[in-house]
Design a protein around this ligand. Structure first.
Ligand code: HEC
Ligand code: HEC
Length: 296
């Protein structure tokens, strides 16, 4: 961060009312319970210094880089981590698991990333939690509500410029899934999903998102897709764009095998392509997330 921004934050914090608080007892396992171990970690992964704009890039790109890599902390969720919890710089922004969600690929990959998004799509999503393609869910809802919805349009455009310039990650095209699984999944889809998302997966503009070409559906890891099927969709509803649209939950209705076949189907129908989902992926996730009863 720039020195001026750090000073401004300090000045703001000084205006807050002091509170008395007792720090929570440290329950980390060895060696994480030793603050000194941070010295080693910093030696390996921390680069001291202030952000310097890249003279080869536009001022708008540099502003975007400053926000995304610095205060926006987007890589904290969207970049894969190594075993010590540091970002794998060679795979930055290519998507990562977080709190049993999958924060998708933000590079120009057309299937699982933002390759088919315009800069305007990104700005609308970060400003309101919605755009013509998708909605912000789970931890991203919080990011939009508490952070990006409060940014200026100029800063959001700068973020979009930086993200659109990220080179597309390369990913292998998974093999076509088992035909029987596709047939089973397709039958479930027609039965329980198609009334809203339509038989061709195209959704209804402004109401039901398209599942065709959708990055949430085709992410490397299917966590977000499975959570939405099990728990339903609860859109972020920032005060500048309140929303009452929700998707019902299906965890009470569909077995692990059924959810796996259905997820495999939507990941591979209508020109979509992504790895198959197994029943154990579904049961693992069910064990980790709270089930919600639906009034659907
Ligand atoms: C606390 C974790 C977290 C942080 C921090 C975070 N994200 Fe996300 N993001 C997620 C998760 C989880 C999703 C998947 C759920 C969804 O689609 O809304 C997501 C989804 C997205 C999407 C939608 C992608 C798609 O293909 O549907 C975009 C764009 C995005 N994030 C951009 C950003 C930007 C830019 C920042 C930094 C300003 C950021 N995120 C910071 C967790 C995070
Ligand atoms: C009653 C209508 C309805 C039904 C039935 C329904 N959905 Fe949804 N779905 C929605 C709505 C509305 C959203 C957007 C949620 C939001 O904005 O909070 C959504 C969002 C989604 C998303 C996230 C897409 C994105 O990128 O934002 C996926 C994936 C999805 N649904 C899959 C399914 C599947 C699979 C089924 C069948 C089990 C299904 N839906 C059944 C209404 C429905």
């Amino acid at each position: 961060m720039t020195r001026a921004d750090v000073n401004d934050i300090r000045a703001y914090l000084r205006t807050l009312e002091p509170v008395r608080s007792v720090p929570t007892e440290n329950k980390f396992p060895w060696p994480l319970d030793h603050r000194l171990s941070m010295i080693g970690w910093n030696g390996l992964f921390f680069e001291p210094g202030e952000f310097k704009p890249d003279p080869k890039q536009s001022a708008e790109w540099s502003r975007g880089a400053y926000l995304v890599e610095g205060l926006g902390h987007c890589g904290a969720c969207h970049s894969p981590k190594n075993i010590l919890g540091a970002t794998k710089t060679s795979e930055a922004y290519q998507g990562s698991e977080i709190q049993n969600w999958f924060a998708p690929n933000l590079t120009g990959n057309r299937r699982s990333g933002l390759g088919s998004w315009s800069a305007e799509d990104i700005v609308a999503f970060l400003k309101t939690g919605h755009n013509a393609r998708t909605t912000a869910y789970g931890p991203m809802g919080e990011v939009v509500r508490e952070s990006t919805s409060k940014m200026t349009d100029q800063d959001l455009k700068a973020i979009a410029t930086f993200l659109k310039a990220l080179p597309a990650s390369t990913s292998d095209t998974p093999d076509a899934p088992d035909r029987n699984v596709m047939a089973t999944g397709g039958a479930i889809y027609r039965d329980v999903c198609s009334a809203c998302h339509q038989l061709g997966g195209e959704g209804v503009k402004g109401i039901f998102p398209s599942l065709r070409g959708d990055a949430v559906v085709q992410s490397d890891q299917p966590l977000t897709l499975l959570r939405i099927i099990l728990n339903g969709g609860r859109a972020a509803s920032p005060s500048n764009h309140p929303s009452s649209l929700t998707m019902p939950s299906f965890d009470w209705k569909l077995s692990d095998d059924q959810v796996a076949a259905l997820a495999t189907y939507v990941r591979n129908e209508w020109g979509n392509r992504a790895g198959p989902v197994s029943a154990s992926d579904v049961s693992d996730l069910r064990g980790k997330i709270q089930s919600v009863t639906s009034d659907y």
